[in-house]
Design a protein around this ligand. Sequence first.
Ligand SMILES: NC(=O)c1ccc[n+]([C@@H]2O[C@H](COP(=O)([O-])OP(=O)(O)OC[C@H]3O[C@@H](n4cnc5c(N)ncnc54)[C@H](OP(=O)(O)O)[C@@H]3O)[C@@H](O)[C@H]2O)c1
Length: 247
Amino acid sequence: MTNSEQTSVLITGGNKGLGFEAARRLGEQGWTIFLGSRDEGRGRAAADKLTAGGANVVMVPLDVTSDESVSGAVRLVREHTDRLDVLINNAGVPGRGIAPADATADEIHAVYDTNVYGPIRVTHAFLPLLRAADHPRVVMLSSGVGSFSVVTDPEQPSSKFHELAYSSSKAALNMITVRYAQALPDVKFNIATPGEVRNRKFAATDMNNNTGELTVTEGTDSILRLAMLDADGPTGIFVDRLGPITW
Ligand SMILES: NC(=O)c1ccc[n+]([C@@H]2O[C@H](COP(=O)([O-])OP(=O)(O)OC[C@H]3O[C@@H](n4cnc5c(N)ncnc54)[C@H](OP(=O)(O)O)[C@@H]3O)[C@@H](O)[C@H]2O)c1
């Protein structure tokens, strides 16, 4: 059983990339890590690695596109705890970078299923456990390209990269997070982008074929800051590694 005094966190897509690094860093803080992974084998391998390093980890099979999988994840987490302090909605897919003229609703749907409906599915299912915590926090993983001010800035490379699915999914997630924050003041809902928007930097992971200039540790700085907010911290904000960013 999980020690009820210990801070607990569920991280979706915790088997690799930023999710795994956030799990590693929060595990070092002594937190109980519920490590979500849609593939049990990959999740088990990631959890074993963290456990070998001394972390307290429970692997949670969790595909954010499946209601059934999310319900199973709630049941499993409930076997270990009656409250969840932090949820990090990290799982995401980039889509295929299809240009607006070629994008179909079907192609967009697959990206939204993970990046938009996924965080809603998981948040809705875990709200009762979150609300049982003293000061619950939800961290949403967005992107600089989810910001209107970034995408419409001619100096930003994303203004010239014409795609529809990923950027609009993250913009939708931003609005969803703000609406949760307004409606549910007992839970902090904040948004992290792993990069440094001003410096046009992002973190090297499989999502970008490891082309980012930041390490995964640097990429998780904004996530950890929001996960570790104290009770009088902000809600409904959008930050990167350097601080608040514009919508
Ligand atoms: N890297 C950056 O600089 C950057 C910049 C902006 C935003 N982000 C955001 O940061 C988050 C993490 O990305 P990353 O860079 O760490 O990418 P990554 O290394 O590709 O990791 C993505 C994670 O999401 C998981 N995932 C995908 N679909 C899923 C589903 N249906 N259910 C559960 N898990 C699923 C993947 O699992 P599998 O291993 O099973 O595929 C993997 O664990 C994403 O939301 C991304 O949009 C990253």
